[in-house]
Design a protein around this ligand. Structure first.
Ligand SMILES: Nc1ncnc2c1ncn2[C@@H]1O[C@H](COP(=O)(O)OP(=O)(O)OP(=O)(O)O)[C@@H](O)[C@H]1O
Ligand SMILES: [Mg+2]
Length: 303
């Protein structure tokens, strides 16, 4: 693909994304260079959104795989249909391709979320396929990858439970892009786009939900705060509460308590406290709410 074709693709993809110009450019460059990459960032930081947009733009199939302890090499590669094997014996014909083989044959992107949760032998199978661009499947033969086949992995840097410590040999075979949270303006834009609320009340809810969600990431007792998904849900829940309680404006008395209630529903399960912290998600949210509305009310004004 020519540089100008890639530049055109970048413009078109950017029009479906809020922000992320830099991350998009770097990911596109790696993929256009024929390389595999791991996107490393906390939840909700546009990894899937960006990749879907790239795959769509190029008309390339995207195969999703969740990395976890159950992702055996056989699940990734594929298996022979046992009923047919009994009747017909093993053959290439009764092989059911797994996502890796499918992506190789169709020239798709194999997108492995939570890559570092996959067992080591699965990672090794994948590394061999990436290095050789082909894979030997017993009783099927050698499967060659189409030129557009790519492996895109994602992982959460805060993740420590149930993860494989990736060896240097894994890291040495992948490019890497570290992705952080969006800035506040972009998060407001994402929340507005996904929640579709409108009016003055809606605008204020979007600004408040984005601000308090961002504050969960800075709180000293929190190991990992909420992603933008929490802010989206906070707005949606708050909008329903406003209807139920007859709250029409952010100047109504009931507005601030309503935001707190929506925060508890949308955010309490999405914040992960430090092991040593002697508090609860509700208490942390209360502090954030008080800071936002009582200590720094100026910061609550929509911008
Ligand atoms: N740049 C963006 N433009 C528009 N919507 C976005 C953007 N980033 C995220 N979103 C929205 O936010 C939500 C989470 O984004 P996404 O699924 O891309 O995150 P992710 O990085 O893949 O997270 P995870 O690590 O949890 O899989 C989705 O609903 C998505 O539509
Ligand atoms: Mg994702």
């Amino acid at each position: 693909m020519t540089t100008s074709a890639i530049a055109d693709a970048r413009e078109r993809i950017a029009s479906h994304l809020i922000g992320r110009e830099h991350e998009l450019e770097l990911t596109l460059a790696a993929v256009a260079a024929g390389r595999d990459i791991v996107l490393e960032g906390p939840p909700g930081t546009s990894k899937t959104t960006m990749l879907k947009a790239i795959a769509e733009e190029w008309g390339i199939p995207l195969m999703f795989v969740e990395g976890n302890a159950d992702l055996t090499p056989a699940k990734l590669v594929g298996h022979h249909n046992p009923a047919r094997v009994l009747r017909e014996d093993y053959s290439a014909d009764n092989f059911v391709a797994g996502p890796l083989v499918e992506a190789m044959q169709q020239g798709g992107f194999l997108y492995i979320e939570e890559f570092n949760r996959a067992p080591e032998d699965t990672l090794n199978t994948l590394l061999a396929a990436m290095a050789d661009r082909s894979i030997a499947v017993p009783r099927v033969g050698i499967i060659q990858a189409q030129p557009t086949f790519r492996v895109i992995a994602s992982m959460n840097p805060y993740d420590s439970v149930g993860t494989t410590r990736l060896s240097t040999s894994v890291h040495d075979r992948l490019n890497r892009l570290a992705i952080g949270y969006q800035d506040e303006e972009a998060e407001r834009g994402i929340v507005a786009l996904r929640s579709q609320v409108s009016g003055d009340l809606g605008q204020q809810l979007i600004a408040d939900a984005a601000a308090v969600t961002r504050a969960t990431r800075r709180h000293p007792d929190v190991r990992q705060g909420s992603s933008v998904r929490g802010a989206i849900d906070c707005v949606l829940v708050a909008e329903q509460l406003a209807g139920l309680r007859g709250v029409l404006s952010h100047e109504d008395q009931g507005y601030q308590p309503l935001v707190y209630d929506a925060m508890v529903v949308a955010l309490s399960g999405r914040i992960h406290l430090d092991e040593a912290a002697e508090t609860t998600p509700e208490r942390v949210l209360r502090e954030i709410w008080e800071d936002h509305f009582i200590l720094e009310p100026a910061a609550a004004a929509p911008g």
